[in-house]
Design a protein around this ligand. Structure first.
Ligand code: SF4
Length: 388
């Protein structure tokens, strides 16, 4: 196992000197506002910097403060997240903001431990907010940082293990500069190093130099300490299962220039977002074709909330309609093959104001093509709509 570098301050100094020279001018690096840093850290999870920038700017323009976000409706928040993916992040951010607003007097706490008590704030995000916004000496360990650590230490164990987490935490605390509270927030850019700068320097190293494939070791500020002979061998990961490949039968109801959508449950995959109704089936593509009209109608009744079109749907299924697809979409542990049936239905659009009078289910709605653009519809369903 790797020895602890005995000149940890020199490692930190080399890393920070490099960072102050090359760091990218990113919008969230121009602030110490904990709310803005929170938003940026949530958006940056599983999403690249260049993708995040326009979303971050647009989101903060619309929700410039925690109070604004906390008082917004979830659907409005999701619509400003549309296209970024991983919508659960937006819901957790909103829930966290509401918690701070209603329980903590709208003040984001300054310690790692208190931040961890906020719903939706995990170890990484708490570490990032505490160190960057408040100068607390605490690591922020994400996948990039784990990769760097595993290479510097030539770490031979799976990085997801408890042993690895403990070891990485301890090493970073050894290397990290002391907390600097006096004058904090004024000094970024010189060598009055802060824990927040140290954490951001590691993030920068992971994003630009110590890349998953072909790291640029010749340009690396910590190469003198790095013990990985063959960096691509690290990090060691647990054997992973392939995402499950699943057939999803989807019903696309079209009325005039509108498409029927309904809200998904508040828990689980794509929670609270709008969906084209449908269901996952334990079938293959060829056995899907053997579904009878009665099978289809039964699945339709189980999945479409609005009962207004049952009769038309039953007639439609008797007519041996064309099955379209597949459109493919991969989540982290699930791979959807979406097949769909397009049901043209008759009737008139109901404006929302007479929805209640018509006794239509609140979680279902008809949206025009223009309205689809701003609605919180996951990419998987956008692919289907785009192909209709
Ligand atoms: S020397 Fe190479 S492998 Fe080691 S930390 Fe630097 S970029 Fe990563």
């Amino acid at each position: 196992m790797s020895p602890v570098p005995d000149d940890a301050p020199a490692l930190a100094q080399a890393l920070l000197s490099w960072y102050y020279t090359v760091k990218r001018d990113l919008p969230w690096r121009q602030t110490h506002d904990p709310y803005a840093i929170w938003v940026s850290e949530v958006m940056l999870q599983q999403t690249q910097v260049k993708t995040v920038i326009p979303y971050y700017l647009r989101f903060l323009e619309h929700f410039p403060s925690l109070n604004k976000l906390a008082q917004a409706e979830l659907e409005e928040v999701l619509s400003y997240w549309r296209g970024l993916g991983y919508y659960a992040r937006a819901r957790h951010l909103w829930e966290g903001a509401r918690h701070v607003f209603s329980r903590l007097n709208a003040e984001i706490p300054k310690t790692y431990e208190a931040l961890r008590q906020i719903p939706g704030i995990g170890e990484y995000t708490a570490g990032a907010i505490a160190s960057i916004a408040f100068g607390v000496r605490v690591p922020a360990i994400d996948g990039n940082v784990r990769r760097i650590l595993s290479r510097i230490l030539a770490w031979p164990y799976p990085i997801e293990s408890a042993l690895s987490r403990r070891e990485f935490q301890n090493r970073l605390l050894q290397w990290m500069p002391a907390s600097q509270t006096e004058g904090f927030g004024q000094t970024s850019g010189d060598l009055n190093n802060t824990p927040g700068d140290f954490n951001q320097a590691l993030m920068e190293l992971g994003a630009t130099i110590c890349l998953p494939k072909s790291p640029c070791c010749s340009a690396c500020p910590v190469s003198a300490w790095c013990q990985a002979q063959t960096p691509e061998l690290y990090p060691v990961k647990r054997a992973q299962n392939k995402p499950n490949s699943i057939i999803r039968l989807t019903f696309v109801l079209i009325r005039e220039d509108q498409i029927y959508l309904q809200k998904r449950p508040s828990k689980g995959l794509l929670a609270d977002l709008l969906e084209l109704p449908g269901c996952e089936l334990p079938l293959t593509a060829s056995t899907l074709l053997s579904l009878t009209p009665d099978d289809c109608f039964s699945l339709y009744q189980k999945t479409v909330i609005d009962r207004s079109y049952d009769r038309e749907a039953w007639e439609f299924f008797q007519s041996s309609p064309t099955l379209h697809g597949p459109a493919r979409h991969t989540f982290s542990h699930r791979h959807w093959n979406l097949y769909w049936l397009i049901l043209p239905v008759r009737g008139h659009a109901f404006p929302n104001m007479i929805r209640e009078a018509q006794n239509l289910p609140e979680s279902s709605r008809w949206l025009s093509l223009q309205e689809l653009d701003s609605a919180p519809i996951p990419t998987a369903f956008q692919k289907v709509i785009g192909a209709c």
